[in-house]
Write a protein that binds this ligand. Structure first.
Ligand code: SF4
Length: 462
């Protein structure tokens, strides 16, 4: 992947032990979902305490603060911030106090009607907002409903009825922990049992890391209360299909996670197989753009009957280029991040497989590096259709302008990249690899048809 960034990852744990260390481990495992800030809020002895800051989990939550954090229930968050939201005040979890007590919210996704809701509440109730984060809005609306209806599940349900868009939430209401998934199930959220407690988290890999047992994904529209031994669900079945973000499987999620019953690694491998069927290449070897194109490349190589090679050595101490906020930062990072293995690529006809192309700047550099290292031919294969439309659901692809596919034809993109050939998987081919019904996926960034109503965009429900 050579373009935008994800929004966030969330976690909540309730256990019969102090959860700080387990929360920290879970956040480290979902670190790829956001590398700019992290935080944990724990409830202990009648009050909430939060440790959070900018940077990777290890920096944002220093060990000396972690060991002092007490509490057997808590929520946590890792975050990528869009432009203008980098202040520590926007980091999560966000805590509010109301007549009902304390409420902490950690959010993954984007609320598409947040501006309208903010305007409404500022005008009607005189609310003020201190952050640019949707979590503050969610927290305020939830606190309002808690004060009026009292019951947390009813208050969360009332809050959901006001929100449009994507949200996977972990919520702490005093000592009660909830996991919430929006009615379209845009973002992943699952439950697992760990020794002495229960976890709700963005990706199942965190459950594995805590040597726990995966239980299940949350259903669309589900509110799940987590206790230390079990969980209790409130599900209002939506009247529309799901809209699970296809990018979770294509790029964002860890390959060792399982989302909505589909292993991320397996889906990526199947994408590679379909891609090979649709866009074969006459070549000597197949190699990935590490790391996110790896499983796609394995599938491609197997289907083609070609050797799979690691042709780039990656500097593991560099961050994901997609997640770095500025283009200049991304460009500099690429040249120090990946070095071709000269003896593997020299005089070879190479297929390089990437998961997607957003801007194409990184890929162009990598193709040039392969040529410089002596590759005879470079054939680019891509595991998602051209990205052409913005995302309103929590991925930082906000303008049509940034997509190379909106400016150039496929043949022109090949030329710009300096490749001998280029092939994208088809939309139907990608959907086949997922094994879901097409209408249960959000594919909007590839077909500009949105699952929910967005002003100025085509909605598939119209
Ligand atoms: S528009 Fe694209 S990135 Fe955004 S939720 Fe839909 S599939 Fe995912």
């Amino acid at each position: 992947m050579t373009g935008p960034k994800h929004s966030c990852g969330v976690v909540g744990i309730k256990a019969d032990f102090d959860i700080a260390s387990a929360m920290h481990t879970a956040l480290m495992i979902i670190q790829h979902r956001g590398q700019e800030s992290a935080g944990i809020t724990a409830y202990n002895d009648g009050s909430m305490e939060t440790v959070k800051g900018n940077g990777l989990v290890e920096t944002a939550i220093p060990k000396e603060d972690l060991v002092k954090l007490r509490g057997k229930v808590g929520v946590g968050h890792v975050r990528y911030s869009a432009a203008g939201q980098k202040d520590v005040v926007n980091t999560q979890p966000l805590v509010a106090t109301s007549s009902f007590g304390s409420v902490a919210v950690a959010h993954n996704g984007d609320i598409t009607n947040s501006e309208q809701l903010k305007q409404k509440y500022m005008k009607e109730d005189g609310w003020t907002f201190h952050t640019k984060s949707d979590s503050e809005l969610i927290n305020k609306i939830l606190s309002k409903h808690l004060s009026s209806v009292g019951d947390p599940v009813k208050a969360i349900r009332a809050t959901m009825s006001e929100l449009d868009g994507a949200y996977a939430l972990t919520i702490l209401i005093n000592d009660r922990l909830f996991g919430v998934r929006d009615p379209y199930a845009f973002r992943p959220l699952c439950i697992g049992k760990i020794d002495g407690g229960i976890i709700v988290v963005s990706e199942s890999a965190a459950i594995d890391a805590l040597r726990g047992e995966f239980v299940r994904d949350l259903e669309p529209g589900e509110i799940c209360e987590i206790t230390k031994d079990t969980y209790k669900s409130d599900i209002v079945k939506p009247e529309h299909p799901r809209a699970m973000c296809m990018f979770e499987w294509v790029y964002f999620a860890r390959p060792d996670s399982v989302i909505d019953d589909r292993g991320v690694y397996e889906v990526r491998k199947r994408i590679g197989e379909v891609l090979a069927r649709e866009c074969p290449a006459d070549a000597d070897l197949v190699m990935p753009i590490p790391d996110s194109g790896r499983a796609h490349a394995i599938g491609y190589a197997i289907q083609m009957g070609l050797p799979y090679e690691e042709g780039f050595m990656k500097n593991r101490f560099a961050g994901r280029t997609f997640i770095l906020p500025e283009q200049s930062q991304r460009e500099f990072a690429v040249s120090t991040k990946m070095i071709p293995i000269g003896r593997t690529v020299k005089d070879k006809r190479i297929v390089i497989v990437d998961d997607s192309i957003v801007r194409g700047t990184t890929l162009k550099k990598l193709v040039a590096m392969l040529r410089k290292a002596g590759a005879k031919e470079v054939h680019v294969r891509v595991g998602s259709p051209p990205i052409i439309a913005p995302c309103y659901y929590g991925v930082d692809m906000t303008t049509r302008d940034q997509f190379i596919a909106n400016h150039y034809s496929v043949e022109e993109i090949r030329e710009i990249l300096g490749a001998d050939s280029i092939g994208y998987i088809s939309l139907d081919g990608m959907v086949e690899a997922f094994g879901f019904k097409k209408e249960d996926l959000c594919l909007a960034c590839t077909n500009a048809i949105y699952p929910t109503r967005i002003e100025g965009e085509e909605c598939r429900r119209d």
